[in-house]
Design a protein around this ligand. Structure first.
Ligand code: AMP
Ligand code: ZN
Ligand code: FE
Ligand code: FE
Length: 283
């Protein structure tokens, strides 16, 4: 039986792996295919496609867009998009700028409470266009200002802690549209993590294609629940580890077993979306 991992981060967002390391890890786990889903970025896709081709692993271009639906944060995964699509790239650049401004504001808040971190230290460590709170946490640890990433989140970065800054987000509908117009398939990420089932009917109405049922942080019961919802709403089923690199000394990649069949259906949907977007020759 062939398995896939459709939720992976690289150093182009808040993961730590280079494309070559991701491909090597996928090979070690004997995965048939992987998708790269960096937060608000597709920058790592070309390099990872190349590394996967060299390792004999199928590669699916992806992203994970941070969105907000009816006041709830939702993450929308996009798959099989044209990563050169100009509207996609323009919007991604806009949300990357929002992320960079937010880092500066978080650092300003830290400085106000006499935590002497510099924004440049965070940007140097992040070394990517889509920096986030994990990079601030790593910079705090690197500067000796916190003993661990957990401490950084607990003391400063969690919602309503002193350095937390709300983030301007696109709406769920905008995220779906952005992915669709780039020829991609749109899937709600880790619904069990956000506990936002109430937004699902609205997103389905807006054209959402699938739901991530298999995820590291979903219990068996949670996975069953979302498999039932997928059935009820006629949604594609996806899954992945949400690996960001080493986690307590081990990578999560390959720990969530998603049968290849789900990727087959996802690719078929992507082909339909592209066919619908291409003007018919006789029309
Ligand atoms: P951001 O997009 O900048 O708000 O950062 C969100 C990321 O921070 C998530 O993808 C998680 O990986 C990470 N994160 C959020 N909360 C915590 C926490 N309490 N401890 C460790 N990591 C967290
Ligand atoms: Zn992340
Ligand atoms: Fe997420
Ligand atoms: Fe993720």
């Amino acid at each position: 039986m062939a398995f896939v991992d459709l939720h992976l981060h690289s150093r182009f967002s808040d993961g730590t792996y280079e494309p070559e390391e991701l491909a090597a890890q996928a090979r070690r786990c004997e995965l048939a295919a992987i998708a790269l889903t960096d937060h608000d970025s597709v920058e790592g896709c070309p390099g990872t496609a190349q590394a996967c081709a060299a390792a004999g692993i199928e590669f699916i271009a992806g992203t994970e867009l941070t969105a907000e639906q009816d006041g709830n944060e939702v993450h929308i995964l996009g798959y099989c998009m044209d990563t050169q699509n100009s509207r996609l790239l323009t919007q991604i650049a806009r949300f990357q700028a929002v992320r960079q401004d937010r880092i500066r504001e978080m650092v300003a808040r830290l400085n106000r409470i006499r935590v002497p971190l510099s924004a440049d230290a965070v940007f140097a460590l992040a070394n990517c266009r889509a920096p986030g709170r994990p990079h601030v946490a790593r910079a705090l640890v690197a500067a000796g200002l916190c003993a661990s990433l957990d401490e950084a989140f607990e003391r400063f970065l969690k919602k309503n802690r002193p350095a937390w800054v709300p983030k301007f987000k696109m709406s769920g509908e905008e995220a779906l549209d952005l992915i669709h117009q780039a020829g991609g398939v749109a899937v709600m990420a880790h619904p069990g993590l956000n506990r936002t089932d109430q937004v699902i009917p609205r997103l389905v109405e807006a054209g959402m294609d699938g739901i991530e049922c298999f995820h590291t942080k979903h219990s068996t019961a949670t996975t069953e629940h979302y498999l039932e919802l997928a059935d009820q709403f006629h949604l594609l089923v996806t899954g992945g580890s949400d690996c960001h690199g080493l986690n307590k000394g081990k990578p999560l990649i390959g720990t969530v077993k998603v049968p290849y069949q789900h990727l087959e259906l996802l690719k078929a949907r992507a082909a339909e979306i592209r066919a619908a977007a291409t003007p018919h020759p006789s029309s």
